[in-house]
Design a protein around this ligand. Structure first.
Ligand code: MOS
Length: 694
């Protein structure tokens, strides 16, 4: 009877496969015109002149917006960290990074706008750009500790000195792009002083707050919808350039305006995961107990806005150690401002920690699964707070059993199949979970159905289907009686689809609304709608550590003659609380593991050092895993229930990406005997000289 826990296909599936689902670039408004973004061709400097003479004479052109004539924006508008200078589009002639949008050409058709944009003549005063990431950069500074402090427990140096085995290595991950299939797009219009927009984003309510602040207009007069979104992975958590430009142009030309980014503009002008460099020093006793864990992570940021890539949380949560010390620093560079990308912090952080843990196991001559099992903490090793639920041991044991780990020869380069080297690897990860404020309204309709209204977004995850199941159970009715309205800022305050906190945050609001509605239904004279805002209901200082856990196992083959690594099998075991919909949860997690595979072997933004411009800003040059790269991927769950949540659930959007790259890198070492501490594990890094291949 209960809907939660039952596998069900996504409810909007038929709409998507028949093309009936409307995305941001599908919205047609009467009188709509097109805006085409022009992006800076230099990496640092100022605009000398924008000569629009030819452009303005071209067919269909309504005008050009640039820093001389664009509507003024509120300079204090920002995000969680305060004012965000990256939102200040067209407010000055300064160019902070290559790809910065500097003008919008508006025309009657998309083709006219594109052609006219190509004719725009921009000249620059170029300045030297500072774009090379280095941990020795003089501008390096401590990162914001808004997500929590660095760790310093025990006497690190004394524990390192007393260790039987010490690994001291540096791990590097490159700048990466989110690569959502749907490019950023918005259609915006003004009506009686209100702003309306269909936008591709992960949280229409929070985007409406940013728009309200930027354009100095009441929040209630900003109406943002994002009903169907073709992926975000963090790149659409904030207010994107497409929306700011569409609103500016609509204000200026008094027409509905659509702005769609090209694939290249998505790469150059939206956001990226920052480069990281992480030094790990791990010391252990001969029996495999950790004495010292040191994690020093540095990543790149933009001077325009604060940003946290919280790599060190992995080392705060995963293992017991007599001493733990972490540092988190940033290097401001003239680069595209970073933004959370799936599993922010945990994904690069687990690559460093779990590669280094594998190296310690190697030096100890110990099974890497056994080594991890030996160092499980009873409570958070830094804060001492108990875990609300911690099933990491179950993930490791069940994963090892299903993968056939037992009997593995732990020495490297022992397995061959004809010319191929074969190896297997394991890695684990954790990802912080929790509940953020949201609101929801449930209405009991005259026909016996219930309408749930919530400003949640379904970015392709199956959120809509999950929330219907949660509402059905909360109301004690079948899923066929639930209708849902979502992804509209008019539906009230709601957390976005991010931080692996969508389902937990939204379901709490729905549960509370259902509870109040049931009370009201008991009295037929009262109204039949209930609205709840969970802001005051959430305990903001939980004394329990709420995390999800994983263990990922990988088997690879390596062709030493070509350097080609193929992943043959990937198995991920996950402890994510109670699972709302196993079908869609598996789909999310296997997708996330594929993203981790892609990180391990393919993904990196490559910049020309002379221009600092991305040279691979398309899917021909920026490689993401395609079907041929994706092997037998299995994601499954260990039984779990998080008592911190009213229905026992936790988030699972991001945990699948973390751990996967380290599992693959560890498998490549097992196959070849060579450690890959720099991602991606490209052919040229794996290729062996002919003498070694033979
Ligand atoms: Mo995410 S990286 O919280 O969309």
């Amino acid at each position: 009877m209960r809907a939660v826990g039952t596998a069900r296909p996504r409810v909007e599936g038929p709409l998507k496969v028949t093309g009936a689902a409307r995305y941001a670039a599908d919205e047609r408004r009467p009188g709509m015109v097109w805006g085409w973004i022009v992006a800076a061709a230099i990496s640092k400097g100022h605009i000398a002149e924008i000569d629009a003479k030819e452009t303005l004479g071209m067919p269909g052109v309504l005008g050009v917006l640039d820093h001389n004539n664009a509507p003024r924006l509120n300079p204090d508008a920002g995000n969680y960290f305060g004012p965000d200078g990256s939102l200040q589009y067209l407010q000055s002639d300064a160019i902070p990074y290559a790809g910065r949008p500097i003008a919008l050409v508006v025309a009657e058709t998309m083709e006219q706008a594109r052609a006219a944009a190509a004719a725009l003549k921009v000249t620059y005063h170029e300045q030297p750009h500072d774009t090379t990431f280095s941990v020795d950069h003089p501008a390096k500074r401590p990162a914001s500790q808004a997500f929590g402090p660095e760790a310093d427990t025990g006497d690190l140096e004394a524990e390192l000195a007393a260790s039987a085995v010490v690994v001291d290595e540096v791990y590097r991950t490159p700048e990466e792009s989110h690569s959502a299939m749907e490019p950023h797009a918005a259609t915006a219009w003004w009506e009686d002083g209100d702003i309306y927009a269909i936008d591709s984003n992960q949280g229409p309510f929070s985007v409406s707050q940013v728009v309200s602040s930027l354009f100095q207009i009441d929040r209630e007069r900003v109406h943002i919808r994002a009903e169907h979104v073709g992926g975000g992975f963090g790149a659409k958590t904030g207010c994107g350039p497409q929306l700011v430009f569409a609103i500016m142009a609509s204000l200026t030309f008094d027409r509905p305006v659509r702005v769609v980014l090209t694939r290249e503009q998505v790469f150059l002008s939206t956001s990226a995961r920052p480069s990281t460099q992480q030094r790990m020093r791990i010391g252990a006793d001969a029996d495999g107990h950790l004495r010292a864990l040191y994690h020093d992570a540095v990543y790149s940021v933009s001077p325009l806005a604060e940003y946290i890539e919280w790599c060190i949380d992995q080392s705060h949560v995963q293992y017991a150690s007599s001493a733990i010390r972490t540092h988190l620093s940033v290097v401001p560079l003239d680069l595209l401002p970073p933004e959370t990308m799936r599993g922010p912090g945990a994904t690069p952080g687990s690559f460093a920690l779990e590669s280094a843990m594998d190296e310690v196991a190697e030096r100890l001559g110990m099974d890497p699964v056994e080594f991890r099992l030996r160092n499980q903490p009873d409570a958070n090793p830094v804060t001492g707070h108990p875990f609300s639920s911690r099933r990491s041991v179950e993930c490791l044991r069940e994963g090892a059993r299903r993968f056939g780990w037992g009997g593995r020869d732990h020495r490297p380069r022992m397995r061959r199949e004809e010319s191929l080297l074969v190896g297997s690897g394991v890695a684990t990860a954790s990802f912080s979970a929790g509940t953020f404020p949201s609101s929801a309204t449930i209405t009991a309709e005259a026909d016996g159905t219930f309408t749930v209204g919530i400003g949640a977004t379904d970015i392709g995850t199956g959120a809509r289907t999950a929330l219907i199941a949660l509402a059905a159970d909360a109301l004690g009715v079948g899923v066929d009686l639930i209708r849902i309205k979502m992804a509209d800022s008019d539906l009230g305050m709601a957390w976005g689809a991010g931080g692996s906190r969508g389902t937990t945050s939204w379901s709490f609001a729905i549960l509370e609304a259902a509870r109040r509605l049931r009370e009201k239904l008991a009295d037929p004279a009262r109204p039949v709608s209930a609205t709840v805002d969970t802001t005051t209901l959430i305990n903001y200082q939980p004394l329990r550590e709420r995390q999800t856990f994983s263990a990922v196992f990988a088997e690879v083959t390596v062709d030493p003659a070509t350097g080609e690594v193929r992943v043959r099998r990937l198995l991920g075991m996950f402890a994510v609380g109670r699972v709302v919909n196993p079908l869609l949860a598996r789909s999310q997690l296997s997708g996330a593991m594929i993203m981790g595979l892609s990180m391990a072997l393919h993904e990196e933004n490559v910049r020309d050092p002379r221009s600092a411009r991305d040279v691979n800003s398309d899917f021909a040059g920026y490689h993401i895993a395609a079907h041929a790269d994706v092997p037998d991927v299995e994601a499954d769950f260990v039984p779990d229930y998080d008592p911190e949540d009213p229905v026992g659930i936790n988030g699972l959007g991001e945990i699948g990406t973390a751990a996967t790259a380290a599992a693959i890198a560890n498998a490549v070492w097992h196959a070849t005997g060579k450690r890959h501490r720099t991602l991606p594990i490209r052919l040229d890094r794996v290729l062996e000289p002919p003498s070694r291949v033979a």
